[in-house]
Design a protein around this ligand. Structure first.
Ligand code: CA
Length: 377
């Protein structure tokens, strides 16, 4: 796939509009909001009618067939179709086909669509706490954030916060650890970061801002040209597999390891009403298939990154680490950002406290086991 293809939003001509959630029986709501494992057995289950097809509309924030994130959700939809004996069809709408990429949250909240696949940190303008459901700088690894979500109370908090928007989220994948970004010039000390114009979103952007960087928000399709023309001096994106396709190495060959997105969660989120109307079996199938998607996406990122890293090495890309003073400044800046956002928003404070408690214990275990192992391997 060349860069142009990759950046082009597929405008699939054959967009047949369906009536989302057209399962018309009077289904009782099943509230799973406490914990994914605590299904409420008191609620009357509505069983599936295999002779009647249910169609759901799911919009994504990615172009059609976007590697890993887009193809992962396509596999999820196919899996649901297969295991439901074709009684549940999840119709996918890539970005801008039915809903603009970053309008999927509102479209789902209002019931225009039944579900979306995106990333929670895109909605930090609605509630700064939402950025934490993606993760935080110097925070969880992919494995740790899944553990917090499923067994440390994270998903329950997320569902509680999203319920205010009539939404019901699931874990929908993980980018796994991301790279710090591409720079036109090497970074030898914190002084080299001052005034640098860098594309970096989310909490990472806020941390970099306090470190003297000028964070710029750009849509995926604009980043390469901005970097090539010097409108920006640096950009982060994801990791070798996706970054190589964007061609950043041609104009910014200094590639730094990172700590701003160490395991970012992607979301599969349903309109609460659409979800509650589904038959019990269909809900269970979605839970199983989304769990598979969540795991496989992280593994696929790993598999594609290890191949792409070898390709980047052949292209003479310099793979580097930030100097110590940059990382030190990042840790101080993060504490300031967390303090400010906690003071401004009680939801943020609540979610951050949960993360902070879990992370401090998780670090001890990860240091005693994984850190030792990786250092010795
Ligand atoms: Ca990123």
């Amino acid at each position: 796939m060349n860069r142009r293809d990759f950046l082009t939003t597929a405008t699939t001509a054959s967009v047949a509009l369906t009536f989302g959630g057209c399962n018309e029986s009077n289904h009782q709501a099943i509230d799973y909001s406490k914990h994914p494992k605590e299904k409420n057995d008191d609620v009357k289950r509505v069983n599936v009618n295999l002779n009647k097809k249910t169609v759901l509309k799911l919009a994504t924030s990615w172009p059609a067939h976007f590697p890993i994130m887009g193809t992962g959700v396509e596999q999820f939809a196919q899996r649901v179709k297969d295991i439901s004996g074709n009684s549940l069809e999840i119709k996918l709408y890539p970005k801008n086909v039915l809903v603009p990429a970053l309008a999927v949250f509102d479209a789902c909240s209002s019931g225009q669509i039944d579900a979306f696949h995106s990333g929670p940190y895109y909605w930090k303008g609605k509630n700064s706490a939402f950025s934490l459901y993606s993760g935080l700088p110097f925070g969880f690894t992919a494995e740790e954030i899944n553990s917090w979500m499923l067994f440390g109370g994270g998903l329950a908090l997320w569902r509680e916060d999203y319920a205010k928007y009539n939404l019901y989220p699931f874990l929908g994948g993980n980018t796994n650890i991301q790279m710090g970004g591409w720079f036109k010039k090497p970074i030898n000390s914190l002084a080299d970061m001052q005034g640098l114009k860098m594309r970096i979103p989310g909490l990472g952007g806020e941390v970099f801002s306090k470190m003297g960087v000028n964070p710029i928000l750009l849509d995926a399709g604009e980043i390469y040209t901005a970097l090539e023309r010097g409108v920006i001096d640096a950009t982060e994106w994801v990791g070798p597999a996706l970054d190589m396709k964007m061609g950043f190495y041609k104009v910014a060959p200094y590639y730094y390891s990172g700590w701003h997105e160490s395991g970012s969660i992607l979301e599969l989120t349903f309109n609460k009403h659409s979800w509650s109307k589904l038959a019990f079996e269909h809900q269970a199938m979605i839970e199983v298939a989304s769990s598979e998607m969540n795991a496989n996406m992280a593994y696929e990122f790993h598999a594609e990154n290890i191949k792409a890293l070898q390709e980047l090495k052949k292209l003479d890309v310099k793979i580097l680490q930030y100097p110590k003073d940059v990382t030190h400044a990042g840790k101080i800046a993060l504490q300031e950002v967390l303090k400010e956002l906690s003071a401004q928003n009680k939801d943020f404070q609540k979610v951050y406290e949960s993360i902070s408690q879990y992370l401090s214990l998780s670090k001890e275990w990860s240091d005693a086991s994984l850190r030792y192992f990786l250092n010795e391997r």
